[in-house]
Design a protein around this ligand. Structure first.
Ligand SMILES: NC(=O)c1ccc[n+]([C@@H]2O[C@H](COP(=O)([O-])OP(=O)(O)OC[C@H]3O[C@@H](n4cnc5c(N)ncnc54)[C@H](OP(=O)(O)O)[C@@H]3O)[C@@H](O)[C@H]2O)c1
Length: 307
């Protein structure tokens, strides 16, 4: 049976990918801190798992949905960089290393952009803690040449899917009547349906010409105002209030998170994937949300193409 290894595969994205690849008949192994999987501390089991794998996907990383205290910053960084290096060490010791290695990165690597979209070549890398983490993450991944393993880093935008990720808290906000714009509402929201993330990984796996860095976002990002309008159109809350920046800052303190997750304008386009011929199943946010939330078909799409 063909084998796929997912490191950090017990979370929101990993569980989805695991099921999809198992449905295709793959043997899917998970590397995790948990005892029921291959453990990060057990190097020989990691090497055995990676030996001859068709694909290695690395998703490991402490959630960024927390206050950026010193200890959280350190864990956010090390849980990405150290795990990536551990995988490299194990890959190096394989007789037959994985054919392809897809490492997660983030669309947050680009600067706050309200003026234009960021492609891989034309985009400008930002500054600040999250950007530093992303750079270090990619740096660790590309530290060593690819040898016999083709390497692809995916700069993933906000992934939309059922039962997890960033959509869950946003649905709660809308249901509690806080589904208006957040901040100015002009900040861009680059997103991706989780099914398209799976399809992109499949595409990368089977297209040998693909390597290096790819933006992993739907081709039609929307503004925060449009995204919230789409959500309201489907969830139909009885009323909605907007959340100005000051209120968000107070709220973020109360629920132990950072406003950057909502207020940073992530305007990213998947230029590389489009040029490589990838076709998105969910290019428009309205259809993506309808599929995920199973909303009424009456809601008219309000999303627009901005790329
Ligand atoms: N979801 C998104 O919208 C999005 C967007 C861009 C990038 N990403 C990146 O994609 C990856 C997966 O995202 P996700 O939404 O599936 O996240 P998730 O649900 O939080 O899962 C992340 C996984 O990382 C592992 N992990 C957590 N802390 C760790 C630590 N200190 N050391 C080693 N492993 C640790 C956990 O596995 P165990 O507990 O089993 O060890 C967990 O299953 C993350 O790296 C994230 O930054 C996600």
């Amino acid at each position: 049976m063909k084998k796929i290894v997912i490191a950090g595969g017990t979370g929101f994205i990993g569980q989805y990918l695991r099921q999809k690849f198992m449905d295709q008949g793959y043997d899917v192994l998970t590397i995790s801190r948990g005892r029921q999987h291959v453990n990060w501390e057990d190097t020989s089991s990691m090497i055995a798992a990676l030996e001859g794998a068709a694909l290695l996907i690395n998703l490991a990383g402490k959630s960024v949905d927390c206050r950026y205290t010193e200890s959280n910053r350190s864990l956010i960084l090390s849980s990405r960089v150290d795990t990536t290096r551990k995988l490299q060490q194990a890959v190096d010791q394989c007789g037959v290393p994985p054919k392809v290695w897809v490492n997660s990165s983030t669309a947050t690597i680009y600067r706050h952009a309200e003026d234009r979209a960021m492609g891989e070549a034309s985009g400008e890398i930002g500054t600040g803690f999250s950007v530093d983490v992303a750079r270090a993450w990619e740096g660790a991944f590309f530290e060593k040449g690819d040898g016999n393993t083709r390497k692809v880093a995916l700069r993933i935008a906000i992934v939309l899917g059922r039962g997890g990720g960033a959509l869950e808290p946003m649905i709660k906000l809308v249901r509690f009547g806080l589904g208006g714009v957040q901040g100015s509402g002009r900040q861009m929201f680059s997103w991706l349906h989780i099914e398209d993330l799976f399809r992109i990984i499949e595409y990368v796996k089977s297209n040998e010409g693909l390597q290096g860095v790819y933006n992993c976002s739907a081709p039609n990002p929307v503004s925060n105002a449009t995204f919230m309008q789409e959500l309201r159109g489907i969830l139909k809350p009885p009323f909605h209030l907007s959340s100005p920046k000051l209120l968000l800052q107070a709220g973020a303190l109360l629920i132990n998170t950072e406003t950057e997750l909502i207020l940073k304008s992530r305007w990213v386009i998947p230029k590389g994937l489009l040029e490589a011929g990838f076709v998105f199943k969910y290019p428009i946010v309205h259809e993506a949300l309808m599929q995920i939330l199973g909303g009424s078909k009456k809601g008219a799409p309000v999303s627009r193409t901005v790329s």
